[in-house]
Design a protein around this ligand. Structure first.
Ligand code: KG4
Ligand code: ZN
Length: 348
């Protein structure tokens, strides 16, 4: 490839329910970042319906890409490479975005980079805060919940993870039980602001185990039983109770995450000694959890970094940026790269 001063990469994201296209430069400038949300399409089901998501990506991706190029004031031919999420995620949508990216790269005769969606989340803080490797990451999204030692590009060690539900999933399911909107995380956060977090004593599963694995399905079941009990007493559940359940649930999550963070730091310190703690993924946009975790990080002598909210939730800027790092390191992919529904960071 010819050597240019500034490289610009088109990123494509379609692994869940956000259709994203973005252009990011090697100077870490986000030239555009378009997200077309499918929330309204999934709202009636209070969860993401994979078939609906895949069809919606098909319908909206071209528009997202055109908007991203227009906002960057660029022609498609001016992109130096195409980076597309190629897993893990809902496979229908992943195939749509990855194939679209491959087709563009093929026509343009430009490199194609198959991005692991989790790597996109993992590297976001390097785009927004220019931190250097290594660092400790808590990735909390709808599909994942894990503490990861980010050692260098493509070199990740999972120190601990959820044994069942992800935090985002727990937020979404509890929101559904409370008949709140979708996605559930932001709805619970809003209600929790007005609630008493000490009102209901909810479990903090496996908090006392000396590792940084987590479990949230028992907490979810406890909330289900609590809500059923509240319904029994009055046959309906009032606003105050919704607020208190939300606050108590969010409190339990915060306690588990901050306790496990301390254990993750102990494991991380065996591998690296750069005291930086990064949080990323959709749940990382929760202000309450950010505060709990940033206080904890500070008390342990760690710098706490949380990317801006629009870069914590799914977006294509993080995919384009991962492409920037991969291209610079000479990691590109063949056009026959096969999208993967499951794809651990440790397999990179
Ligand atoms: O990273 P993301 O956008 O998509 C995945 O890769 O999964 O994360 C989506 C998840 C959803 O479960 C959503 O409810 C949760 O992130 N989420 C939140 C908040 N905003 C989004 N959870 C708690 N509080 C929030 N403010
Ligand atoms: Zn994500």
């Amino acid at each position: 490839m010819e050597h240019k001063l500034v490289i610009r990469i088109l990123g494509i994201e379609s692994s869940c329910d956000d259709t994203g296209a973005a252009v990011v430069s090697s100077q870490k400038k986000i030239l555009s970042n378009i997200v077309i949300s499918q929330n309204q399409e999934h709202e009636p089901f209070k969860g993401v319906v994979p078939e609906i998501a895949a069809r919606s990506h098909m319908q909206h991706l071209e528009k997202a890409i055109n908007s991203a190029l227009e906002a960057s004031n660029m022609q498609l031919s001016e992109c130096d490479a195409i980076a597309a999420t190629s897993g893990p995620g809902l496979i229908g949508g992943v195939i749509v975005g990855s194939m679209f990216g491959r087709a563009l790269a093929s026509v343009l005769k430009k490199p194609f980079i198959a991005i692991n969606h989790l790597e996109g989340h993992a590297l976001t803080a390097r785009l927004t805060n220019s931190i250097s490797y290594p660092y400790l990451l808590l990735l909390v999204s709808g599909g994942h919940c894990q503490f990861v030692a980010v050692l260098s590009l493509g070199k990740y060690r999972i120190l601990g993870q959820t044994l069942d539900d992800s935090v985002g999933e727990a937020f979404d399911k509890v929101a559904k039980m409370l008949d709140l909107g979708f996605p559930g995380g932001p709805e619970i956060e809003k209600k929790a602001k007005f609630g008493d977090k000490y009102k209901y004593n909810l479990p903090k599963p496996i908090i006392n185990q000396d590792n940084c694995h987590m479990s949230f399905s028992g907490l979810k079941t406890a909330v289900r039983l609590l809500i059923a009990g509240l319904h029994d007493a009055k046959n309906s559940i009032g606003d105050e109770e919704i607020n208190d359940v939300s606050a108590s649930f969010q409190y339990s999550i915060g306690e588990v995450l901050s306790n496990k963070m301390e254990k993750a730091i102990k494991l991380y310190q065996k591998l690296a000694n750069n005291p930086i703690f990064v949080i990323s993924g959709g749940v990382a946009s929760n202000q309450y959890l950010r505060k709990i975790l940033s206080d904890k990080a500070e008390s342990l002598g760690y710098e706490f970094i949380a990317p801006p909210i629009n870069l914590c939730t799914d977006n294509a800027a993080m995919i384009a940026y991962a492409g920037i790092e991969r291209l610079a390191a000479g990691f590109t992919n063949e056009l026959n790269f096969c999208p993967r529904a499951r794809w651990s960071l440790e397999e990179l």
